[in-house]
Structure formats: structure tokens, C-alpha cells
Design a protein around this ligand. Structure first.
Ligand code: 5RP
Length: 230
């Protein structure tokens, strides 16, 4: 899986500490991205060693499902779960209030369903993700046919929408749900709640990457430990 931002050691420390929060028998939301992947692998090792019995995962993307299968974590379909005990997921930005920008892996629509449903949502990150304000483009998953109209609305809201393209393919990124992604630069997002409301109210936006008030804790891996933010 592609690695972004801080060091792998920082990501691993945060993710493995978060995996220690999982208890036997729990249903666990499995996030997407290089940091969450360390948690998925750690859970797989705990299951294999018998330290955690009866744990079942709920994947947030095709990639996290594949990794969970490789790690031999039994999976439940998102469609069949009624409760999720804990979700462990990465983020592209974490602000001082614990609000997030997610969607670097174009998986934020399913991630939001899983993370919001979890009794406890733990963000795992490295220090490069932490900022006073959310100062990164906000990904929008949009219906392909609504791309132009959504782009216009984003511009009205003060944003600059850019269609996300695949690195090694001559074409757009297509999400697991068959939609496109617009990365929308609004500068530093001073009022995430208000922007989140405006984006949610825009027809054609399947989901936006602002996660406002959803995270319970952020585990940030450092050079020698983990900084826990609540
Ligand atoms: C995927 C996400 C990821 O969690 C986010 O992009 C962080 O990824 P990484 O841990 O690789 O930096 O939101 O949609």
C-alpha cells in the first residue's frame, strides 16, 4: 500500500497502540490507508496468536477488505452489521478540535458510514497530519453525471475543485462505488461544520471528506511513542 506523510515507524506505533484497544468478541471497523493498514495487520497477528478470539472486521474499502483477508481476519458485510464496537482509521488532517479531512484513498464515503457507526472511533496518524486548522483540499465523492454542477457549487462556496486522476492511468480515479472524486481547495477551513453542512446539502455529492465531531480520540505516533489526543 502506498505510504504518505510521516515515517512508517510513526504510523506503526499509532496503529499498533490502537489495535491494543480491541477486545475479544468485538466488531471492528477497519480503516483504509497506509496507517490503518498497520492496525489491520496487528489485529491479524493477535487473532493468529489466540490473543483475540471472536473479533470480526468491517472493511471500509476494497483495499481494506483485501488486506483483512490476507491477514485472516473474519469479515462482516457493512450491510449486515447493526453495531460496531470500535473503528480504527487514518486521516489526511487532524485539527486541534479533532475534526478530520479524509479521503486521500477515495474511500471516505464508506469510511464515514463505518467510523460514524462505531461506539468508539480512534484516528491513527503521524505528526505530518496534525494541524491547527484543516488546511488541505477536501475530497468530494460525486456522481459522475453531476461533476460539472457540483464543481460550480464548490466554486460558489469559495473552493477550487480539481478532478482526481489516477497516477498510472490516463483517466480519473473511480471510487469503489463507481463515482468520481473532486479535490476541493477551500484554503484553511475555519468553520468545518458550516462547510460540511453546505457540501452535504449539494445534490450530486455522495459524501465529503470532512469528518466533524466524529473522532473520539487521535493516536499520533511520534519518534519514541504515541501522543493520545482526546
Ligand atoms: C482513505 C483515507 C486514509 O485514511 C487517509 O488518506 C490517510 O492515509 P495514510 O494513512 O496512507 O496517510 O482517508 O480514504
Amino acid at each position: 500500500m502506498k505510504t504518505t506523510g510521516g515515517s512508517d515507524d510513526q504510523k506503526r506505533r499509532a496503529a499498533e497502540r490502537a489495535a491494543d484497544l480491541v477486545s475479544a468478541g468485538e466488531t471492528v471497523g477497519l480503516g483504509t490507508g497506509s496507517t490503518a493498514a498497520f492496525a489491520v495487520r496487528a489485529l491479524g497477528r493477535k487473532l493468529e496468536s489466540g490473543e483475540l478470539d471472536g473479533v470480526r472486521g468491517v472493511a471500509t474499502s476494497f483495499a481494506s477488505r483485501q488486506l483483512a483477508r490476507d491477514s485472516e481476519i473474519p469479515l462482516l458485510d457493512l450491510d449486515e452489521v447493526e453495531t460496531i464496537d470500535i473503528a480504527i482509521d487514518g486521516a489526511d488532517r487532524v485539527d486541534s478540535d479533532g475534526n478530520l479531512i479524509k479521503g486521500g484513498g477515495a474511500a471516505h464515503a464508506r469510511e464515514k458510514v463505518v467510523d460514524a457507526a462505531a461506539d468508539r472511533f480512534v484516528v491513527v496518524a503521524d505528526p505530518s497530519k496534525v494541524a491547527e486548522t484543516l488546511d488541505r483540499a477536501v475530497p468530494l465523492e460525486v456522481l459522475p453525471a453531476a461533476r460539472t454542477l457540483v464543481s460550480g457549487r464548490v466554486a460558489d462556496l469559495g473552493g477550487d475543485p480539481v478532478l482526481r486522476t489516477a497516477e498510472r492511468k490516463d483517466g480519473p480515479v473511480v471510487t469503489d462505488n463507481g463515482n468520481l472524486v473532486l479535490d476541493c481547495d477551500f484554503g484553511a477551513v475555519e468553520d468545518p461544520e458550516s462547510l460540511a453542512d453546505d457540501l452535504s446539502a449539494t445534490p450530486g455529492v455522495v459524501e465529503h471528506g470532512l469528518f466533524v465531531g466524529l473522532a473520539d480520540e487521535a493516536y499520533v505516533g511520534t519518534e519514541d511513542g504515541v501522543d493520545v489526543r482526546t
